[in-house]
Ligand binder design. Structure first.
Ligand code: CAA
Length: 379
């Protein structure tokens, strides 16, 4: 391990590991099959403080450090990538921006509800023509007295239709620069705010991925997050932290694949002995374990830099790039080790393969992470 984890960090990791084994794992397969949002698991996770990890204690959260949060998301995702992404998005790109950029009034109103799990959070940048190009956002927010009036739509929003609060990046000026955007906290039930398509996905099927529609949605200026014109930077800073969580999700999926392969290869016999006795399998397991450890250390390193208050943009992109590609690769290796059984729903490895792929796509594709890393190298 790159870091010496403190007794408190180890305790958080072990608590979440036990929770994942006892509460999440028995529900993972059913969550995938039913495609239903796992309200019961989120309620149980809320009861042990997992919905308030990035929220300071004064607003009802646990005020955990980023290293602890990263360890927690890995452990949750090892049992279910669905639970990993719901809790990661809620904490990192929804609650955290309010902690960092919110007014005292916003913090007092919104954060206790989010930290208790009563209100789930989302983060809405992506639109039909604004995916990797976040600056292509067309949703507008026009000032009208004490309000802003939002019009437009967002797609692929994690926790979209189940969120009580969603952070929305909208265009507040008509130019082409990064200062043309602002962010708003939009509450469920606001007139004109509705939901469109609920995506039917390849993986992470139990999570909610929705289209959000804004038709003359009035948001009070008191719910503007940060300064007018700072929306793009607020989104980027939020994503810097969010990407550590997705890296941790990748590590968790990859670790689950390895754990399953170790178990299977010691049980499964071919040619008169367990397949774990064959060097071909041993080398696969060794490669998986090595890449997973490297990915974990990249994620924890980025988390540590964030906790130290240092810049971590490049490091979080490196962690996300490497950990999520490791997740997909390890899950495919796991299917191969399981042979024909791996291609069936009798074993969880096909689910890991489907769940892993999206980690290379959301919160910035692998290609976007390479852009971020290269820009830092060449600046
Ligand atoms: N921190 C602070 N400021 C930042 C920043 C960062 N990490 N990254 C950029 N900025 C600032 C720049 O300094 C620049 O400031 P100035 O205008 O004052 O000079 C400004 O923002 C514009 O930066 P760029 O010129 O680099 O912007 P760009 O248009 O070239 O875009 C990009 C850069 C990295 C490609 C960005 O568009 C990006 O990250 N795209 C991917 C978006 C993404 O991850 N979307 C996922 C949405 S969330 C999701 O997946 C759903 C979910 O719910 C999980």
């Amino acid at each position: 391990m790159y870091l010496d984890l403190s007794p408190e960090q180890l305790m958080i990791r072990d608590t979440v590991r036990n929770f994942s084994d006892q509460v999440i794992e028995p529900r993972s397969e059913e969550m995938d099959r039913s495609k239903e949002f796992p309200w019961d698991v989120i309620k149980a996770a809320s009861e042990i403080g997992l919905m308030g990890m990035t929220v300071p204690a004064e607003y009802g959260g646990t005020g955990s450090d980023t290293v602890s949060y990263t360890l927690a998301i890995e452990e949750l995702s090892r049992a279910s990538a669905v639970i990993g992404v719901i809790i990661a998005v809620h904490n990192s790109v929804s609650a955290y921006p309010i902690v960092k950029f919110g007014t005292e009034e916003q913090k007092k109103t919104v954060l206790p509800r989010m930290a208790s799990g009563e209100a789930i959070g989302g983060f809405a940048v992506t639109e039909a023509d604004a995916g990797s190009d976040a600056g292509g956002v067309r949703t507008t927010a026009e000032r009208d007295g004490d309000d802003w009036v939002l019009n437009g739509s967002k797609i692929f929003i994690t926790n979209g239709s189940v969120s009580e609060y969603v952070i929305v990046m909208a265009r507040t000026a008509s130019g082409t620069g990064s200062k043309d955007f602002s962010t708003f906290i939009v509450e469920k039930g606001t007139p004109g705010y509705t939901y469109g398509v609920l995506e039917d996905k390849m993986g992470i099927t139990g999570s909610d991925t929705s289209e959000l529609i804004f038709e003359d949605v009035r948001v009070s200026d008191s719910m503007r997050l940060g300064n007018v014109g700072d929306g793009f930077k607020i989104a980027m800073v939020s994503l810097d932290g969010g990407r550590i969580g997705i890296a941790a999700q990748g590590v968790g999926i990859a670790q689950a694949a390895l754990d399953q392969c170790i178990k299977y290869s010691m049980e499964r016999e071919q040619f008169g002995r367990p397949i774990a006795k064959f060097q071909a399998i041993q080398w696969k397991l060794a490669n998986m374990a090595t890449r997973i450890e490297a990915a974990r250390n990249l994620a924890l390193h980025a988390a540590q830099l964030k906790d130290l208050g240092q810049r971590f943009t490049k490091e979080s992109s490196m962690a996300k790039l490497y950990a999520t590609e490791t997740a997909t690769w390890a899950a495919i290796e796991a299917v191969q080790i399981h042979g024909g059984y791996g291609y069936t729903k009798d074993y969880p490895v096909e689910r890991y393969m489907r769940d892993a792929k999206v980690t290379e796509i959301y919160e910035g594709t692998s290609e976007v992470q390479k852009m971020v890393i290269a820009r830092d190298l060449l600046k």
